[in-house]
Design a protein around this ligand. Sequence first.
Ligand SMILES: [Ca+2]
Ligand SMILES: [Ca+2]
Length: 179
Amino acid sequence: MKRYDGSETRTFHLAIRKVSLKQVMTPAIRMSVLPILVLFGVLMTGSVQGYVTYKNRYYNSRTYYISNERERFSLTNMNIRCKNLGGYLAKIDSKDEDNFLSSFVYRAGGKGPFFTGITDLASEGRFYNYHDNTPAKYLSWRWFQPDNWWNEDCVAIWIHGLNDRKCGIYGRYICEVPK
Ligand SMILES: [Ca+2]
Ligand SMILES: [Ca+2]
């Protein structure tokens, strides 16, 4: 009696595979799959893992990245992460940039706060950009902010304006890359 060694089954599966591939990948389908793959590739090159990315052509062609995960915020650590992307923790230099960033964080969705690189850590009430120590140019504070409530020294984008928050709380951060 012939012992079954499974070879027949393997051949059978291979044959099915060949036929089904041939049937599925007709030239017509290949022609329609290719553009989809190309399009997907283009979209993927525009995103960076871990961030919501937005290129703002209207504001000096800068690219902004909002981190996806809420983490304990640290000016030093998050600025290093931004440096690795080729930039720094976001500055806000004008009303235009402020409007843009506010709408960007809403579009990014999810929970904040959304930290910038603006801080008064070195001297209470004197707000400056962490990465280059220049004075903060444009500060659209929310009503009754900044209040330095229990010693808040890091600035986050909030609904209808900026708010000073405690530096070590959980939040997301915005990187700005000048390209
Ligand atoms: Ca403060
Ligand atoms: Ca505050």
